[in-house]
Design a protein around this ligand. Structure first.
Ligand code: NDP
Length: 549
């Protein structure tokens, strides 16, 4: 058996995957089969490295077991195309992006060189194992840990049913809380559950159709890339055809409005059953298939999800649930509310408020399905496992809470003047522009950092091999896409008037959700990018709302 070059506990210098940077690391162990060393970085990150990516500490080097990179090695020259491009050592370029020690003019010049240089760094080979997945430490648990997760799992369904019951009340003011509870038996109807199952499996069938292009997702922790079929938009078209035929045949779609509460109960039961299935199957999943968010705490893991990409054959359960049954279900429910409004209020045509709510939200859903590929780079797909949080969120919360404005308008009519409608439409489209442009800019940059259309944008180099945009939309605030989303959310509530807070619950909830999501994302980005992220935060100080937050 060949001898080991580095002993356990030895402090050495390890190369950061995908870059030429060497950091001080501690050797934890070596796998006798693969010969890979498990090393620990100062920030706690554990990686598996090849022997050739590790060096002994040089005697005169200043200890940098502090997150700062060491100088590059000779063998790293092969990772660059130095040709006639200005050459700058990775160490100095990295440090140049981290500290503003130079006059501004010089700093800009440095950044130009850095961005040019970064564009020439060869990307990590796909087969390389990138990260070792370790359980999240108890102090790092999100959502308040096990207790928080438990409270959310109880609190969200309770809140959902309160909202739905209130919405049916003549006067849904907060003073009338809690709404009267109907008899328990009326919450359940087996036929409704059957309709829910039919809907879920119909959407699954559409997803299985061999139409739409197949793309690769972002590299997983073991370097693999999963394949995804993009056919959400086709599923939407097919669903629209089925709805059209149902209307033509005179099928009573208002059945959904009449049994709305029972539909919400059925969807909740289904999402809980799905979460149990997901948790049980995750117990057999290999280490590589688990999400980085899992903790070892049963309640928390049931909530956050243990398995990152649970699949039955090629059928990806999380990816499917993210955009299909719930999201398409949301706009179908909206349409049914529009029909219900005409029936309940005996109108020949739907109200302007209902048309605005329906068309705004339809645009949002169609946009998401049209840009389906963008889902592959979201936190939900990359970071979060599939557990109760996403199962309930995707299959219950989205269709039943996001359609609350349309549901509200059925029994609380609101006349909107054309002038006010124009203001709301302008607000919606300004929000949509920010949302769409920001998301498209980042997705285009992540897809191809050398995209000539993005050449004018400034970037910050990071040691992970990916760069950060620091101008354009992502130089305005750190989450311009959230800002756009929130502006749109407000425009969905305004057509409901100002009589009650109920139609504004969505925008209130969504603000809390996105502020919390932004904090989670910051935490992840800080882990991923370290000092480069701090530099980005200095350059772009506001998170979501310019000059406010
Ligand atoms: P984002 O699309 O905002 O992605 C965040 C990631 O973008 C970061 O982790 C980082 O990942 C990358 N990133 C951050 N800053 C930069 C930068 N300056 N330059 C380049 N890359 C950067 O996250 P979400 O998944 O939360 O949101 C996606 C969309 O979905 C948003 O528009 C959001 O509003 C919407 N959304 C809607 C919800 C709803 O219920 N309607 C719920 C949640 C989200 P990396 O560097 O690894 O690429």
């Amino acid at each position: 058996m060949p001898s080991r070059k580095f002993a356990d506990g030895e402090v050495v210098r390890g190369r950061w995957p995908g870059s030429s940077l060497y950091y001080e690391v501690e050797v934890l162990s070596q796998d006798s089969k693969s010969r890979l060393y498990t090393v620990k970085y100062k920030d706690g990150t554990e990686l598996e490295l090849k022997e050739s990516d590790i060096k002994k500490q040089s005697g005169n080097s200043i200890s940098r077991y502090n997150g700062k990179p060491d100088r590059i090695g000779r063998n790293d020259v092969s990772h660059r195309n130095i040709q006639d491009k200005p050459y700058l050592s990775q160490e100095s370029s990295y440090l140049a992006t981290q500290y503003s020690l130079r006059p501004r003019k010089e700093e800009i010049r440095f950044e130009e060189i850095i961005s040019q240089e970064e564009r020439n760094v060869v990307k990590e080979p796909k087969s390389v194992k990138i990260f070792e997945i370790t359980a999240t430490e108890p102090e790092d648990l999100e959502f308040g840990g096990g207790f928080g997760a438990f409270s959310i799992m109880i609190g969200l369904p309770v809140m959902l049913f309160m909202l739905l019951l209130m919405c049916r009340e003549k006067d849904p003011s907060l003073v009338n809380l809690p709404p009267p509870l109907p008899p328990l038996a009326s919450f359940w109807e087996t036929r409704v559950f059957g309709v829910c199952l039919l809907w879920f499996f119909l959407q699954a069938l559409f997803h299985l159709l061999p139409v739409g292009k197949v793309v690769e997702g972002t590299p997983l922790y073991d370097g693999r890339r999963l394949k995804y079929r993009l056919n959400g938009f086709y599923a939407f078209i097919l669903t629209s055809v089925i709805i059209g035929i149902s209307l033509y045949w005179g099928i009573e779609l208002c059945y959904v409005y009449d049994h709305f509460l029972q539909f919400a109960v059925a969807a909740t039961v289904f999402s809980v059953a799905l979460s149990i299935y997901l948790y049980v199957r995750s117990l057999k999943a290999s280490k590589e298939e688990l999400s980085p968010g899992k903790s070892g705490n049963i309640v928390y893991d049931f909530f956050i999800g243990r398995e990152l990409n649970p699949r039955i054959g090629h059928f990806d359960l999380k990816y499917f649930c993210e955009l299909r049954p719930g999201l398409i279900g949301w706009v179908v429910i909206n349409l049914i509310m529009l029909l219900a409004e005409m029936k309940v209020q005996q109108r020949e045509t739907p109200s302007l408020a209902m048309i605005l709510v329906n068309s705004f939200q339809l645009l949002y859903v169609v946009d998401a399905l049209w840009n389906e590929e963008a889902l592959l780079t979201t936190m939900d797909i990359i970071h979060d496992g599939f557990g109760f949080m996403l199962a309930f969120g995707d299959l219950v919360w989205v269709p039943f809470v996001y359609s609350l404005q349309a549901f509200y308008l059925v029994s609380h009519p609101n006349e909107v003047s054309w002038l006010f409608a124009s203001v709301i439409i302008a607000l919606k489209f300004s929000g949509y522009t920010v949302f769409r442009c920001a998301n498209s800019q980042k997705n285009a940059f992540r897809k191809n950092p050398d995209d000539p259309n993005l050449a004018h944008l400034k970037i910050i180099h990071t040691s992970s091999g990916k760069n950060l945009l620091v101008s354009g939309w992502w130089g305005f605030v750190r989450h311009p896409n959230y800002l756009g989303d929130l502006i749109m959310a407000l425009s969905w509530s305004l057509p409901c008037g100002f009589n009650h807070i109920l139609p504004y619950i969505y925008v209130i909830y969504f603000t809390i959700l996105l502020i919390h999501r932004e904090a989670r994302d910051e935490h992840q980005c800080k882990k991923k990018y370290g000092l480069a992220w701090e530099k980005y935060c200095q350059r772009v100080p506001y998170r979501i709302f310019p000059y406010i937050y």
